[in-house]
Design a protein around this ligand. Structure first.
Ligand code: SF4
Length: 363
C-alpha cells in the first residue's frame, strides 16, 4: 500500500495526499504536537512514484478522479526542485484530473528556494504553499522555538508571492501570551502588509497539556490569555492590516472563538471589525457564557446566541460553577476544553518534557 502522513490543511480534505517526506525537519516548535518524537526522513522519488501508481489503481477502481493533490508532510520544499518537478509530473501523468498541487513549507525553506525554481514549480502545477508563520515578532518566534526569524518569514513569503504561487500564511493569536500580545499583533500585521499573501488563516493557540508551554504556564513564565483578550488581540491585528486583496480567515478553524470573522481585507475589513466589536461590547458574563458554548460545541456560533436572555441565564449558572471550582477556574476549564481539539501526540510524552503528574507531584 501507499503511505500517508498525519496532517493536511482543512481545505485539502478531498485532495490526493502524496507523502514526499516523513514528519518535520525542524520539529522543535512548542505549539505543534503531531510529529513530536518522530524522525524526519526524505523519501526517494522512486518510492513516491510507486505510491502514486498504487493510488492511481485504487482511485481508478473506485471511479474517483481527484482535482487536487497535497504534498505531505510538514516541509516538502526541502526536496530538491528537480525531484519535486519529477513527482508533480508523475501526479499529473497518472491523475490527469488534478488541476492544483499544494504543499506546506517553512519560511526558511521558502527563502532557500530561488524565485526561478519556485516559478518552475508553479509552471509544473504547484499552485499554493501553506506556511505556518505564527507571528511576526522575533521575541514570540523565539519563545515558541519556531526556528524562523521575521526576516526569514518576509524573505520566504516574498519569494513565493514573486513566483506567482498562491501563499497562505497561518498566524496564531494568543501565542505571545499576555506580555507579548500587543507586539505580536502589530509586528505580525507589519510583515503581512509587506508580503501581501493571498490568505491569512487564523489559528488561535490551544496549549497541549504535555507541551513546554503548559510547563511554562505552571511555572509562571507564560501567561495564557483569556478568550476576550485574544479577541481583542485579533482586533488589533485586523485593524493594523492594510485593505489588500487578502482573505482573512477565521472560519476554517473551530478553535477561533468568532469563526464568523471571515472575509477579504479590501472588501470586508469594516464588517469583520464590527463583528468583533459587537462581541467586545457584551457584558463580561455574556462573553464568558458565549465562550463556554463555543468551546463546548466548537463551530460557528452566531452572536445572537449571546443576546438570548434565557440561554445566557442557563449557561451563566455553569460559568459561575466553574469560576467557584478553583482560582481562575473558568479560564482553566476553557483551556481544558480547547485541548480536546488538538491533534494527539504520536508518543506518550513531548520530547524533553517532564509529564505534568510528576512535575506537580510536590504541590
Ligand atoms: S509548527 Fe511546523 S515547523 Fe514547527 S514543528 Fe510543527 S510542523 Fe514543524
Amino acid at each position: 500500500m501507499f503511505e500517508q502522513g498525519a496532517i493536511r490543511p482543512p481545505n485539502e480534505a478531498g485532495s490526493l495526499l502524496v507523502r514526499v517526506t516523513r514528519n518535520c525537519p525542524w520539529n522543535r516548535c512548542h505549539i505543534c504536537p503531531p510529529f513530536k518524537g518522530l524522525k524526519f526522513s526524505k523519501r526517494s522519488v522512486a518510492e513516491v512514484k510507486a505510491d502514486i501508481d498504487q493510488m492511481a489503481v485504487l482511485y481508478g477502481s473506485r471511479g474517483r478522479a481527484p482535482v487536487s493533490a497535497f504534498l505531505q508532510d510538514a516541509d516538502s520544499l526541502v526536496v530538491p526542485t528537480d525531484e519535486l518537478l519529477d513527482i508533480i509530473g508523475h501526479i499529473r501523468l497518472r491523475f490527469p484530473s488534478v488541476r492544483r498541487v499544494t504543499t506546506y513549507a517553512r519560511a526558511k525553506t521558502m527563502k532557500g528556494k530561488s524565485v526561478e525554481d519556485l516559478g518552475r514549480l508553479r509552471e509544473a502545477g504547484l499552485a499554493r504553499i501553506h506556511s505556518g508563520m505564527e507571528s511576526g515578532s522575533a521575541e514570540v518566534l523565539e519563545l515558541i522555538r519556531k526556528g524562523n526569524t521575521p526576516d526569514d518569514i518576509l524573505a520566504g513569503g516574498l519569494h513565493v508571492v514573486s513566483s506567482g504561487i498562491s501563499l497562505s500564511e497561518y498566524i496564531m493569536p494568543g501565542v505571545g501570551g499576555r506580555r507579548l500580545s500587543r507586539e505580536h499583533a502589530l509586528e505580525t500585521a507589519a510583515i503581512l502588509n509587506r508580503i501581501r499573501p493571498d490568505y491569512i488563516r487564523v489559528r488561535t493557540l490551544a496549549i497541549h497539556p504535555l507541551s513546554p508551554l503548559e510547563r511554562m504556564t505552571r511555572e509562571g513564565a507564560f501567561e495564557p490569555m483569556t478568550d476576550v483578550e485574544i479577541v481583542a488581540e485579533i482586533r488589533l491585528l485586523l485593524e493594523s492590516l492594510d485593505e489588500m486583496p487578502t482573505h482573512f480567515r477565521c472560519g476554517d478553524f473551530s478553535l477561533n472563538l468568532l469563526m464568523q470573522v471571515d472575509g477579504r481585507l479590501d472588501r470586508d475589513k469594516g464588517a469583520m471589525l464590527a463583528e468583533i466589536d459587537r462581541f467586545l461590547a457584551l457584558d463580561p458574563g455574556r462573553q464568558k457564557a458565549f465562550a463556554l458554548i463555543q468551546r463546548s460545541c466548537p463551530g460557528l456560533i452566531p452572536l445572537e446566541v449571546a443576546e438570548d436572555d434565557r440561554v445566557m441565564e442557563e449557561v451563566g449558572r455553569e460559568v459561575q460553577r466553574l469560576e467557584a471550582l478553583e482560582p481562575d477556574g473558568f479560564n482553566r476549564a476553557i483551556r481544558g476544553l480547547m485541548t480536546h481539539q488538538l491533534p494527539s501526540l504520536p508518543g506518550s510524552a513531548w520530547p524533553g518534557q517532564t509529564p505534568p503528574d510528576r512535575a506537580i507531584s510536590g504541590d
